[in-house]
Design a protein around this ligand. Structure first.
Ligand code: ADP
Length: 462
């Protein structure tokens, strides 16, 4: 139990470490890809600007320049006429809004950039933003309309910020622009932002993501398999220990009877009593047979382990054979049981090894008697379809729980550990049944309800 917990704990810790390392690596890759993305588009937009300037002889703001020049001339005149500070500030705000509106509305740069990106095979879906830094209206004197970072060093102007613009991390600065003519001076920045950026980076990092996910899955799977193997080995070793205990127990009973019988024979009063001698000799004989059976069973099993055992198959009328087996069982150990027979086998013949087949049915019948706390009532049925013959043996015994049902055909397995010594056995009977059924090309299945009884069905193809 302690070992199991340690293994589990170590496994979980290693998986956590592995996953954390993978997460760190992926984060690093993600960050790098992010930077590379920004770099690629910064460089791309620089190239684009160069191309637009040189080849198309524009900076994308020609219309804006014209509109603003006209507007500034007029605005300048109006501004100079205003004396009231509140009105002046309101007018300045109006001027700012107009500049902002025109820059966004009349610019052609975004379209030019998009078509350049498209031609270069880059992503062309982006949003842009224009951030105004300074606006000054000029005549013989300068009127500062808006200075984002203050007007220190300048002779006159407004210090407050009229509007703050949000800078998002994913924005890529394309360029600073400066425009100046007789009536105004303007400086602004032009940014682009890719809304699909995360998706594009994800696409590029997909291979790494898949690889690290795959490696985690592989490690977890290997761990689960190894852990389950370990548990299975532990279970088998427990079963073996149980088996050895049971076997010792089983072997000891006939052995001690024989020892006692030997001692009895040595007694002078017994030696003269012919009847007693005969009785003791019979007892020794009976116990030796039992002992022999047990040893043969163990020997046979180890033989089965090593080689595929061979059946001596003959074409047998299965109904007749079943009758013989059941009747001799009734005459032998099962005489206190009620056995109901119902065969519907139409004289069908199958390739069977009589000895093994008899052992198989006997094992099921003796279990039906053994695992019963009341008068055993056993139904033995035989039926068939076009492929197989079925033998079904049902009892009214103690039944088998769902969990035990999964293991009862395993070697050495014995159900209900609490009762293990109440019902004697080595945990080999059903293992035999399964091996024999399979050697005949068939199988065996169980259905059972604890307290109600069990039904075993053997199928044999014919
Ligand atoms: P054994 O009888 O020697 O223990 P088996 O392989 O014949 O070994 O059976 C395995 C286990 O299956 C038994 O320990 C018992 O708990 C359960 N079992 C088998 N047959 C029956 C039955 N007819 N009714 C209830 N339990 C059964």
């Amino acid at each position: 139990m302690k070992k199991r917990n340690t293994v589990l704990l170590l496994g979980i810790i290693s998986i956590i470490i592995l996953t954390s390392v993978q997460v760190l690596i992926i984060r690093g890759i993600w960050k790098q890809k992010n930077e590379m993305f920004s770099l690629k588009y910064t460089m791309g937009s620089q190239e684009a600007l160069y191309f637009i300037n040189r080849r198309l002889s524009t900076d994308g703001f020609d219309t804006v320049r014209f509109v603003l020049s006209k507007y500034s001339e007029q605005a300048n005149k109006e501004l100079r006429r205003i004396n009231d500070t509140a009105l002046l500030n309101q007018k300045k705000k109006e001027v700012f809004d107009f500049f902002n509106y025109s820059l966004n509305k009349e610019q052609d740069l975004s379209e030019l950039l998009a078509s350049y990106f498209e031609r270069r095979g880059l992503e062309k879906k982006f949003t842009y933003s224009i951030v105004i830094n300074d606006i000054d209206l000029i005549t013989d004197d300068t009127v500062a309309i808006f200075h984002r970072y203050g007007t220190s060093g300048r002779p006159r102007g407004v210090r407050e910020r009229i509007e703050a613009s949000d800078f998002s991390k994913s924005q890529i600065l394309v360029n600073w622009f400066g425009m100046e003519d007789n009536y105004y001076r303007l400086r602004f920045e032009y940014f682009i932002d890719f809304s699909d950026k995360q998706k594009l980076i994800l696409k590029e990092s997909a291979v790494f993501l898949a690889m690290s996910l795959f490696s985690i899955i592989v490690v977890v799977t290997i761990f689960i398999i190894a852990y389950r193997n370990l548990m299975e080995e532990k279970r088998l070793s427990n079963l073996k220990t149980d088996f050895i205990n049971n076997m010792t127990h089983e072997l000891k009973t006939p052995l001690s009877t024989i020892t006692v019988a030997g001692k009895t024979l040595e007694m002078p009063q017994v030696r003269t009593n012919q009847e007693k001698i005969l009785e003791t000799a019979r007892m020794i004989g009976k116990q030796s047979v039992h002992l022999n059976q047990l040893i043969n069973m163990i020997l046979e099993i180890s033989m089965w382990e090593r080689t595929q055992f061979e059946l001596d198959k003959r074409n047998i009328d299965i109904g007749e054979l079943m009758n013989d087996v059941v009747e001799s069982f009734r005459a032998g150990g099962g005489n206190n049981a009620t056995i109901n027979k119902k065969y519907n086998l139409d004289g069908l013949k199958a390739e069977l090894d009589v000895v093994y087949f008899t052992t198989m049915i006997n094992n099921l019948l003796s279990n039906a008697v053994k695992y019963s706390v009341k008068e055993p009532v056993i139904d033995v049925e035989g039926f068939h379809n076009e492929n197989a013959i079925y033998i079904r043996i049902s009892d009214n015994g103690i039944g088998i729980s769902k969990t035990d049902q999964k293991h009862i055909f395993d070697k050495f397995y014995r159900a209900s550990t609490g009762n293990i010594h109440k019902f004697k056995g080595l945990g080999l009977g059903l293992y035999y049944v399964k091996r024999i059924a399979e050697a005949h090309g068939g199988d065996v299945s169980v259905s059972s309800k604890p307290g109600k009884g069990s039904t075993f069905t053997i199928s044999i193809p014919y």
